[in-house]
Design a protein around this ligand. Sequence first.
Ligand code: GLN
Length: 202
Amino acid sequence: MVMDRGIIGVLALQGAFAEHISILHKLDVSAREVRTVNDLDGLDGLIIPGGESTVIGKMAVSYRLFDALRTLGQTGFPIWGTCAGLIFLAKDVGRAQPVLGLMDITVERNAFGRQADSFEQKISIPAVTACLGEKNDSPFPAVFIRAPVVTAVGPEVHILATLPDGKIVAVQQGNLLGTAFHPELTNDRRLHAYFLRMIRDK
Ligand code: GLN
């Protein structure tokens, strides 16, 4: 997908940022690693990758990005968090760690326990397939790595995807998108295309 103009930032403090950038490039989209407040200048959207949410949070504070990220999210700027990125966007993560608190969701970290530290599950994400068109209706390969789940959502949050047992693994609240899994670790680019569409339709 080619955007008329625009550049997507990927928070590059820790975690799987290179994989997101590589998918954006495959979609012919300009991407920029974000490590400082200046790197946020002129972006059209931001992806917060998976990794370790406590580390990402602490680094965002020490790199003086924390307040700028929160202000951007509060003012309608499109942000997508994957896995640790979803945790970082959440309002309630059940413990004291720096989180942006932008999404009205409660998240349980490492929700799948030791026996399922990592697994792949085919899931359907109707809002994404509806947005991208009928040719895109095959299930999504969702890769979960020490993944969180969303255990409660506020009234403005749309649940985009659940596992067969009902666990919530993808949510959207206006300009904010969150997935508990890692689309950037698969060849499936539809979630990235959906995020770009969110930005374009803003
Ligand atoms: N378990 C990590 C955390 O709590 C998230 C794992 C991931 O991003 N793959 O931050």
